[in-house]
Structure formats: structure tokens, C-alpha cells
Design a protein around this ligand. Structure first.
Ligand code: ZN
Length: 83
């Protein structure tokens, strides 16, 4: 009898299913970074004041990390933007 009650309690309260939810998207994917608009630029930057952008004369613009990566840009080695 007691075993039956325990079994019913277990059926009514199943243990929480852990690990079934997908991991959260990394916040860095939507992080805005700075790039030089010229076609000869290949890096994206965490700061518009990065020395890697000092020589840029073709116009500064912003993009998300995802968009910059899709363009073939890589993170600047000086200001180390989030990936
Ligand atoms: Zn930089």
C-alpha cells in the first residue's frame, strides 16, 4: 500500500528534465563593432578610437559581429572585439 502511494507521488511529480533546452545564443552575436568602409580593410574593431582605424579615410561604419564575420572580417588584434 505504501509503495503504491509512493509510486503515485513519483508519477505526479516527475523530476525536472534538465539539458533538454538549447543553450542560449551568445550575446556577442548581436554586439556592434566598428569597421573601415574601404574594400582593403579586413578587421572589425571594438572601439572607433582603435589605432587600427586611425588610417581609415574611407568612412567608419558599424555592423554586428555576425554581419562583419559574414563579410569575411576578422577581430582586430589590438582592441580585441568580442566574437
Ligand atoms: Zn581594433
Amino acid at each position: 500500500m505504501l509503495a503504491t502511494v509512493l509510486a503515485l507521488l513519483l508519477l505526479q511529480n516527475p523530476p525536472p528534465a534538465n539539458g533538454s533546452q538549447p543553450p542560449p545564443r551568445p550575446a556577442a552575436a548581436g554586439h556592434r563593432v566598428y569597421l573601415c568602409g574601404g574594400s582593403r580593410s579586413f578587421a572589425y574593431h571594438a572601439s572607433p578610437r582603435c589605432e587600427g582605424l586611425a588610417w581609415c579615410t574611407t568612412g567608419l561604419r558599424t555592423a554586428t559581429v555576425a554581419a562583419a564575420t559574414k563579410e569575411g572580417r576578422y577581430p582586430c588584434g589590438r582592441c580585441r572585439p568580442a566574437r
